[in-house]
Design a protein around this ligand. Structure first.
Ligand code: ZN
Length: 499
């Protein structure tokens, strides 16, 4: 091994250890730190993340990456090491073009903007957030000009979360979906809706925790490489493929929330647990493509979890844990978990109307970055689109444009990945059925782990080493298309709602 490679590996190892501490501090902050301990905790977190940042941007690292990229050194590296060096060098080259003081200005403005958003949402007053949103937009455009000069800003933003994706492709996919979904949802909403009274009672929170444990084990979450916690909003966090943690939140009066959050986060976690351990703690591990990542959580949550047959082998167990469910038949349960209704809040939406929530946000982002619509006009535009897609108008901005935190932290371009995930799912579902047979049969006979194994082998093990396009090409052998997802929706909801 060359001297530089030896040094580089030691350097990565040091970065890994700092990364571990950062992840642990973050986990603790979200799940355990008492109120009075928070300031001290944030102090430690700031110190360690600044150290990590310094390591990731040091001239020492830059020098090593440069040396290792020379043909004579590079050709001697393993495939994994070649990926790591190429990726780290590319990211470093991009980031180093941002003047340090502009990056600091961005970080400061971002923290202020996040606080202002919280305040604005609580007061349902967009005007509190507006000047910060304006600043976030301007800084985002400025930074993209440094990292990717000459490229369309909105393409840069989409690419940041789903590498290789661009607005032109998203336009085509969302267009396909819109055309099919608008008439379908109209028909669904005109059909009879189920009665949800039986889901309104009080459901023991401790029993809900046991349901979550049962569900996680059932879908293939590996307990010896996983832990479970509680937080305000559910999330998944990983230290390495051997330590992946999920959280949940339990609502006494809404038992379905924790069940489907468990399956969703479980899907993210199963992905991370099954990445090739050789990639652990490097840029090759931990899938960094949000569309692909979301495709896995949503595959479990929607394609599998909202299938009647998913519950067939375990519905009795659910009834044992939550006795109120003894009065709810599997058919009634199935109807409720696929209850389609127009709603204001994205995170409460059913799997069909959810698509409109994302399409709306995508069109808003295009209005911001491509048409330069002034910030003060955005709430009106939001409400207009809400009326257009869902036929409802928010009573205030808290249940309208202020509901999601993404834009307050400048995560523009993130939203499309949620729906891209579902679009990929339609494709994965058709491919999986072509190879393993009908999902209905696999689920009905309790063979869900065969599905998990298929996903492990086809998608999870590659971590970040395959870009989204490469995943689709390798798994499905075709270009991305929304047609399979539309076919899935049409078939499923035609049956449920007798359309
Ligand atoms: Zn997710």
């Amino acid at each position: 091994m060359s001297e530089t490679l030896e040094k580089f590996k030691q350097y990565l190892d040091k970065m890994k250890k700092y990364g571990h501490v950062n992840t642990l501090l973050y986990w603790d902050m979200k799940t355990g730190v008492p109120k009075l301990g928070q300031a001290g905790h944030v102090d430690a977190l700031t110190y360690f993340s600044t150290e990590s940042f310094a390591m990731a941007t040091s001239s020492e690292l830059s020098g090593m990456l440069k040396t290792l990229s020379q043909p004579e050194e590079f050709s001697g590296l393993s495939d994994t090491m070649q990926f790591i060096v190429t990726r780290m060098k590319r990211d470093m080259d991009k980031d180093s073009r941002i003047p340090k003081e502009r990056y600091e200005a961005f970080v400061r403005a971002q923290a202020e903007s996040e606080n202002a958003w919280e305040e604005a949402k609580a007061a349902a007053d967009f005007s509190i957030f507006a000047p910060h949103l304006e600043k976030m937009i301007a800084l985002t455009e400025e930074l993209a000009g440094y990292t990717d000069p000459g490229r369309d800003v909105y393409d840069v933003l989409i690419d940041k979360y789903e590498e290789g994706m661009d607005a032109k492709t998203v336009d085509r996919l969302f267009g396909e979906l819109k055309e099919g979904l608008i008439p379908l949802v109209k028909k669904i909403l005109a059909a009879g809706q189920p009665d949800d009274a039986k889901f309104q009672g009080s459901f023991d929170v401790d029993a809900q925790r046991k349901v979550q444990d049962m569900l996680l084990s059932y879908i293939g979450f590996f307990r010896e490489a996983g832990a479970v916690g509680e937080s305000e909003h559910p999330f998944t966090l990983n230290f390495s493929s051997r330590d992946v943690r999920v959280t949940n939140h339990y609502y006494e009066h809404a038992p379905l929330f924790a069940m489907f959050s468990a399956i969703h986060e479980g899907g993210h976690a199963i992905f991370e647990q099954n990445v090739n351990p050789e990639y652990d703690n490097t840029v090759a591990g931990s899938c960094r493509y949000m569309g692909i990542h979301e495709s896995q959580s949503r595959f479990y949550e929607n394609i599998l979890g909202r299938n009647r047959n998913f519950w067939l082998p375990i519905y009795g167990k659910l009834q044992d844990l939550l006795p109120q469910f003894r009065d709810i038949s599997l058919d009634e349960f199935y109807r409720e978990i696929n209850h389609v209704r127009n709603s204001f809040i994205r995170t409460d939406a059913d799997e069909v109307t959810y698509c409109f929530h994302i399409i709306l946000r995508y069109e808003m982002e295009k209005a911001i970055f491509l048409e330069h619509v002034p910030v003060e006009e955005l709430p009106g535009l939001w409400n207009q689109k809400m009326q257009e897609y869902l036929g409802i108008t928010p009573s205030d901005d808290a249940e309208g444009i202020l509901q999601d935190m993404h834009w307050s932290g400048a995560s523009f371009g993130y939203f499309p990945s949620y729906l891209l995930g579902s679009i990929y799912d339609g494709m994965f579902l058709e491919q999986l059925e072509a190879e393993l047979g009908p999902v209905d049969e696999l689920l009905a006979s309790g063979r869900i782990l065969e599905i998990t194994k298929w996903l492990n082998e086809k998608i999870h093990r590659y971590g970040s080493t395959r870009k989204p396009k490469e995943v689709l090409a390798a798994v499905c052998g075709r270009e991305v298309t929304a047609e399979p997802l539309l076919r899935y929706f049409t078939k499923k909801y035609t049956e449920i709602y007798h359309l």
